[in-house]
Design a protein around this ligand. Structure first.
Ligand code: AMP
Length: 197
């Protein structure tokens, strides 16, 4: 199984790369942001609650996020593995994920971190906002707030996995094809290494 965490700030290309990786490796795609947007478009109570945080560029409370992901992991099929995209976003979530995976006797293969300059991120998000109309991508102040939350709460997650020798940095500034190729090389290498030893 290939069990990946695709890591990086908002606008680093996690969603785009995850879609391609999911196709290539035939694994499940679990994006907590997409799950919240799905709830929102279905006008559920969870969607309304999430919106009140998303619109401000804040994280949705851990309890809500973790139980939503847990449900999805338990009901979804992931025979060949999965990609987590946008989760975990803080240490509490990383610890909850450890517990969830342990219950199922699963392990993370690698955390792949897409590295992109801040100004590039802001430009990408503003451009995405123009196309998608995503409320949290339209306003520069909210974008900066999300990047701040990422720095303060999410970057420690990288170290959490680095200590377990699972974290790898990837240059996220190239073309979509170049980044995809790099990610595939890393995954194939990790997977083979894990397989052999
Ligand atoms: P994303 O599409 O991953 O950028 O997520 C959009 C928004 O959904 C974030 O700004 C948060 O408000 C919320 N969100 C997504 N994933 C999480 C998470 N793991 N924990 C808390 N909030 C999240």
């Amino acid at each position: 199984m290939i069990n990946l965490i695709l890591f990086g700030p908002p606008g680093s290309g996690k969603g785009t790369q995850a879609q391609r990786l999911v196709e290539k490796y035939d694994i499940a795609h679990w994006s907590t942001g997409d799950m919240f947007r799905f709830e929102l478009s279905n006008h559920t109570e969870l969607g309304q609650l999430a919106k009140s945080y998303m619109d401000k560029g804040q994280l949705v409370p851990d309890e809500v996020t973790i139980s939503m992901l847990k449900k999805r992991m338990e009901s979804g099929k992931a025979t060949n593995g999965f990609i987590l995209d946008g989760f975990p976003r803080n240490i509490v979530q990383a610890q909850a994920l450890d517990a969830l995976l342990e219950e199922k006797n699963l392990k993370i293969t690698a955390l792949l971190s897409l590295e992109v300059d801040e100004e590039e991120l802001i430009n990408r998000l503003l451009n995405r906002g123009k196309v998608s109309g995503r409320a949290d991508d339209i306003n520069e102040e909210i974008i900066r707030r999300r990047l701040q939350v990422y720095k303060e709460e999410t970057t420690p997650v990288y170290n959490y996995y680095a200590e377990k020798q699972l974290a790898v940095q990837v240059n996220g500034m190239g073309t979509i094809d170049e980044i995809f190729e790099e990610l595939c090389l890393l995954i194939d290498d990790r997977y083979t290494t894990q397989f052999v030893y």
